[in-house]
Design a protein. Structure first.
Length: 272
């Protein structure tokens, strides 16, 4: 590796981490600006849901321009957003069928269903999180800065889990429960990053998987908090296993998927 390429990768990583930190702190900083908070207060509850994803999108675009001179209209491609949406939605729906099945069989509809909360929990907040954590930070560290995929995925996943300690639902849990919730969310963050990379950086893959998992959690009485019980966590495990299997099968012509399925074929285990 030349000094120039090494330096470029270090700079790309530093810019990505810096922009990520600014995005995380931006709500706190903007909260001290009276005119900004007053403007938000005049918006409807539904309109306020769009503030965080838009704010983070602008910062991600700024980071991409500083690091790589990528113009705003080309930033969507860098983040993986111009990939086929229907593939992401289809993958997410099939992969979360175990969670949906468990919810339909063992659970009831929540009595406090609210359209704004459903859209926030399953769409806008998920969009913001996948944008910043996977589309921006993970991709910049993995693709641009040259980090090992697992180093990047685990680092971003742990950050993803740890930052949920700011969530009031998590804060209301006992200390042991908080650590458990952070661990579970971190594992989910690693999974979202891995499927994102394996599906050629299709943003809609982790977005749909994450969003539909949140949707079933919000619609059905499958759990009361992110830590959950045996019912929620067993459905999470089944969903994760199915997501991994589908991904490995679809990518069976390369990488890990190729190694696994080529062994099956050489052993005469392929049914086709």
């Amino acid at each position: 590796m030349t000094n120039q390429s090494w330096a470029a990768k270090v700079i790309a990583a530093l810019i990505a981490i810096g922009v990520f930190a600014i995005a995380i702190q931006s709500k706190h900083w903007l909260g001290g600006i009276e005119s900004y908070t007053d403007s938000l207060g005049r918006l409807s509850e539904g309109a306020r849901l769009a503030e965080q994803p838009l704010r983070w999108l602008v910062l991600c675009m700024f980071g991409l321009f500083v690091a790589h001179r990528i113009r705003p209209w080309r930033a969507f491609g860098e983040l993986g957003m111009i990939k086929p949406i229907h593939i992401g939605v289809g993958f997410g729906f099939v992969a979360t069928l175990p969670m949906l099945a468990v919810a339909l069989i063992f659970c009831k509809l929540r009595s406090d269903l609210n359209a704004v909360n459903l859209i926030g929990g399953a769409v806008t907040y998920v969009f913001a999180e996948e944008l910043l954590f996977r589309g921006y930070l993970f991709r910049q560290l993995y693709r641009r800065a040259g980090w090992n995929i697992w180093v990047a995925a685990i680092s971003v996943g742990v950050l993803f889990g740890a930052l949920h300690l700011a969530n009031r639902v998590v804060q209301d849990m006992p200390i042991a429960g908080q650590f458990g919730a952070v661990a579970i969310i971190s594992v989910g963050g690693v999974l979202f990053a891995w499927v994102y990379a394996m599906w050629d950086d299709n943003f809609w893959i982790p977005f749909s998987l994450h969003g539909l998992m949140n949707l079933w959690f919000a619609v059905f009485t499958i759990g009361d908090n992110p830590l959950g019980g045996w019912l929620l966590n067993s459905s999470r495990v089944l969903t994760g296993v199915l997501a991994v299997f589908i991904t490995l099968y679809v990518t069976r012509d390369r990488g890990l998927g190729q190694r696994i399925f080529s062994r099956r074929q050489s052993a005469g285990l392929d049914t086709q």
